[in-house]
Ligand binder design. Structure first.
Ligand code: NAP
Length: 503
């Protein structure tokens, strides 16, 4: 966690330089960091991929990416020129060892120019099946030997299950130190997610209430209006559980559930998160039956456009068993949370795109108001909205103006837009800067990834072994399968949504 910045000269090698991730996220993030004065004084960005391109063509490709996807809009001509003169392209196949020899020569040239303090970041923005090829050759060609200033960023997905995650961890651990490995979960870089830490640990009023005595349940809901689009081939091998819950949603749960850290040291924070994962109740066959729900969308309408059924999407088999929706009731068996349900849901082609954490507090122990006054009674809620709105709302009861005593739930709101004039950085800006400063707080440690997989493997296995007979079981544009409503309604609650959708 940074409060001031001083960066050594940096070489950033992006494997998959011409790919979607670089165009959409990395290049805009690096350009915005540069524009706002957060890039090192001396830097070189080297993109690599197989297709032949020269530096200028590569720079233009990235500029188009920035123009289309940057939160700050189209590039400023002069700024882009001074930023992009440090961008280079090398055509290479990561499966070909000769490419790494060539890369070594380029890196040595910049190191000589930049000086001995030069740090190197290798960003693996390629398909996960290429991670091992790159890691092995980086080690073989001694390109990441200096453990203090060579870092490797590994994109998601980190493994497809517990075995493959362990395998990848082993492969990386044999070649690099854990302090060199930055496993990305971009949710952790989001401004509102970082603010949960600030809100929880910088305000004294919250901690006494943050436990099973005052909270009756927690909801974490990440819903998307979009379907799988062109990513059907990838998505069908993944599904909502692997793609969203194993990483993003469990990480959010950890931030809500973790104990107070002693300080902001990266390992201290990650230790506290791992403790939550360790305390999570393992799934028995009965839990899987009663506490998990899977869904897959049928055709429907979203924003006036007809959406095909998942099984009719490009590259998706017409008998696919892959879930596009998942809802799970988790328990964290420790002193703080014993018995308190954490309901988690995520899905595609739903009514709203929103990421929301709702903490519902227990009801007052005794009702002192006459029945008529409390008709709109609502237990207190803390609502953390990550997107599209970036806000924290505390729902309390207030008296409606007038001569009668009538209570009404009202929101005390901290809204980023209303409070600050500066725009929030994109998650990838925060995370790339963290990599350059060597701060691993917002990155997944090996044990975190493995425990999260371990927790979900019984559900993944059960869903794979027993094909759903009810798929498709929700209409595109709806709130999801009925069973997901029943999962939470059985306990007397309902999924909370904010009455807005700025998409
Ligand atoms: P992509 O668009 O398919 O890009 C893949 C890149 O890898 C291209 O630049 C491709 O260029 C290069 N490549 C493929 N085979 C290669 C080889 N043998 N040697 C060298 N380069 C090779 O994929 P992406 O969407 O950018 O995703 C990359 C990674 O980021 C994946 O792990 C993905 O899960 C993750 N991710 C992506 C996003 C996103 O928004 N796109 C979001 C989160 C995570 P050539 O064909 O020219 O070689």
């Amino acid at each position: 966690m940074k409060t001031s910045i001083s960066l050594s000269p940096t070489i950033i090698v992006i494997f998959g330089g011409t790919g979607d991730l670089n165009l959409r996220k990395l290049a805009p993030a690096l350009y915005n960091l540069y524009s706002e004065g957060y890039m090192p004084e001396k830097y070189a960005i080297i993109g690599t991929a197989r297709r032949p391109l020269d530096d200028d063509k590569f720079r233009n490709t990235l500029m188009e990416g920035v123009n289309s996807f940057s939160r700050t809009g189209k590039v400023h001509k002069d700024k882009w020129e001074s930023f992009s003169k440090n961008i280079y392209y090398q055509s290479s196949d990561v499966k070909d060892s000769a490419s790494f020899d060539e890369l070594r020569i380029v890196i040595e040239k910049f190191k000589d120019e930049f000086g001995p303090e030069t740090q190197i970041v290798y960003y693996l923005a390629v398909s996960p099946d290429l991670f091992p090829a790159i890691a092995k050759r980086l080690a073989k060609f001694k390109l990441a030997e200096n453990e203090d200033n060579c870092r490797i960023v590994v994109e998601k997905p980190f493994g497809k299950d517990l075995d493959t995650a362990r395998e990848l961890n082993e492969l990386l651990k044999e070649r690099f130190k854990e302090k060199q490995i930055y496993r990305i979960d971009h949710y952790l870089g989001k401004e509102t997610v970082q603010n949960i830490m600030a809100f929880r640990f910088a305000n004294s009023f919250l901690e006494p209430l943050w436990n099973r005595n005052y909270i009756d349940h927690v909801q974490i809901s990440v819903t998307e209006q979009l379907g799988v689009g062109d990513r059907g081939g990838y998505y069908d091998g993944s599904g909502a559980l692997r793609d969203m819950i194993q990483n993003h949603l469990l990480q959010l749960l950890c931030i809500i559930g973790m104990e107070t850290p002693i300080n902001f040291d990266a390992d201290e924070i990650r230790d506290k998160k791992v403790d939550v994962l360790k305390a999570m109740r393992p799934f028995s066959a009965e839990d899987i039956r009663f506490n998990t729900v899977r869904g897959q969308y049928s055709k429907g309408w979203i924003k006036g456009t007809e959406v095909p059924a998942y099984r009719s999407e490009k590259d998706v088999p017409d008998d696919s068993n892959t879930e596009t929706f998942a809802a799970i009731k988790f328990f964290v068996d420790n002193w703080r949370w014993k018995g308190i349900p954490f309901y988690v849901r995520t899905g595609k082609c739903l009514t709203q795109s929103s990421s929301l954490i709702t903490i519902q507090f227990k009801d007052v122990p005794h009702q002192v108001f006459p029945g008529g006054a409390a008709e709109n009674w609502q237990q207190n809620r803390l609502i953390i909205s990550i997107q599209p709105e970036m806000s924290i709302r505390l729902q309390v009861q207030g008296k409606r103006p007038g001569l009668d005593m009538i209570l009404n739930p009202v929101d005390m709101v901290f809204d980023y837009k209303g409070t600050y004039t500066t725009e929030s950085p994109e998650a990838y800006e925060t995370l790339l800067l963290d990599v350059m400063t060597g701060d691993q707080t917002q990155f997944m440690r090996a044990d975190q990834v493995e425990i999260a997989w371990e927790l979900l493997m019984p559900v993944i296995n059960a869903w794979e072994q027993k094909k759903s007979l009810s798929f498709p079981n929700y209409t595109a544009g709806s709130v999801g399968p009925e069973n997901a409503e029943a999962l939470i309604a059985r306990d007397g609650f309902h999924w909370f949504t904010l009455p807005l959708n700025k998409d």
